[in-house]
Design a protein around this ligand. Structure first.
Ligand code: FE2
Length: 279
C-alpha cells in the first residue's frame, strides 16, 4: 500500500495591518486574493493588543449575509448583540459561532477599558443553497470546549470537526470545517489526518511551527499543500491554530460584510439592507 501523502508547506503569508469596525487594529491574514485558494474560508483576522486605543472602539452595529463568523478569544471580554435577539459575553478562551444566513445586524464591543484583548475571527462560507438560511448563534465558554491530551503532552481544543476521537463544539455538514487550537511541546511531532482535497492552513500564535522542516513564524499564515496527513513540529513550545475544510467550488462575490455567489445577489442584498429588511 502506498504511504499516505504528507502535506507540504506551500506558502507563508504575513498578512496586512489594518483597522476595521470603528478603528480596531488587526492583522488580516486571509482576504480576497486567497479566497479561492482557501475556499471555503473567506477571511481571517488576528487581533491582539495591550493598548485600549487599538480595540476600545469595537465593532458597532454592522450587517452580515451569506456566511458564518467564528470568533475565538484568547484574552479579553467582548459583548455581542444582534438583531435576531441574541446576546452574549465572549470571554478569554471562549468561542462564538454565528451563522449570518439571510442576514443579521450585530455589534461586537469590548467590555473592558484596559488590559489585553486578543483573538481570531474567521469567516466560513455558506453553500449557495444555504446563504439565505435562518441565522443561528451560539457562545461556548472555555470550559465547554471539547479537548484532548495525547502522550508526550500535546493538547488540543477542538472548536469544530473531529480530532483524535474528540468531537468538536460545532459540526457543519457541507464544509466540514476542522478547527483546532493546539499546544505542542518541543520536538514532539503531531499528526492530523485531513481529507486530501480539503484546503488547510495553520497560524502559530505563540512560538513558531514547522511543516516538513519549513518554518512558519508567529502570527503568519502557512498555506498547506494537498495530502492526507499533516505533520506539525516545533523546536520550542508552541500554540497553533489549525484550520481545514471542504472547498465549495462556487463563485465568491464579496461586497464588504456580504458574501454571495453573484453581483446580482449582492445588488439584491444591498437593496434589502437599504430597505431595512436584513434584520
Ligand atoms: Fe461582525
Amino acid at each position: 500500500m502506498p504511504q499516505p501523502a504528507l502535506r507540504a508547506l506551500e506558502q507563508v503569508v504575513s498578512g496586512r495591518l489594518t483597522r476595521d469596525g470603528a478603528g480596531v487594529s488587526l492583522t488580516r491574514l486571509l482576504e480576497r486574493p486567497l479566497q479561492q485558494r482557501l475556499d471555503p474560508f473567506l477571511m481571517l483576522d488576528l487581533f491582539g493588543s495591550d493598548h485600549p486605543d487599538d480595540y476600545i472602539a469595537g465593532f458597532p452595529d454592522h450587517p452580515h449575509r451569506g456566511f458564518e463568523t467564528i470568533t475565538y478569544m484568547l484574552a479579553g471580554r467582548m459583548r455581542h448583540q444582534d438583531s435576531a435577539g441574541h446576546q452574549g459575553l465572549l470571554e478569554s478562551g471562549g468561542l462564538q459561532w454565528m451563522i449570518a444566513g439571510r442576514g443579521v445586524i450585530h455589534s461586537e464591543l469590548p467590555e473592558q477599558q484596559e488590559g489585553r484583548m486578543a483573538g481570531f475571527q474567521l469567516w466560513l462560507n455558506l453553500p449557495a443553497a444555504q446563504k439565505l438560511c435562518e441565522p443561528w448563534y451560539r457562545d461556548f465558554r472555555a470550559e465547554e470546549l471539547p479537548r484532548f491530551r495525547l502522550d508526550h503532552g500535546v493538547e488540543g481544543i477542538v472548536l469544530a470537526g473531529e480530532s483524535h476521537g474528540v468531537e468538536g463544539a460545532v459540526q457543519r455538514p457541507q464544509t466540514e470545517p476542522l478547527i483546532l487550537d493546539l499546544k505542542l511541546p518541543p520536538h514532539i511531532p503531531f499528526r492530523q489526518s485531513i481529507p486530501a482535497a480539503y484546503h488547510a492552513f495553520v497560524v502559530p500564535f505563540a512560538g513558531s511551527v514547522e511543516v516538513q522542516g519549513q518554518r512558519i513564524p508567529t502570527h503568519q499564515l502557512g498555506i498547506l499543500g494537498s495530502g492526507e496527513i499533516l505533520e506539525l513540529q516545533s523546536s520550542s513550545p508552541t500554540r497553533v491554530l489549525l484550520v481545514a475544510g471542504r472547498p465549495l467550488g462556487e463563485p465568491i462575490v464579496q461586497h464588504g460584510p456580504f458574501v454571495m455567489n453573484s453581483q446580482q445577489e449582492i445588488e439584491e442584498t444591498l437593496a434589502a439592507y437599504g430597505a431595512g429588511l436584513l434584520a
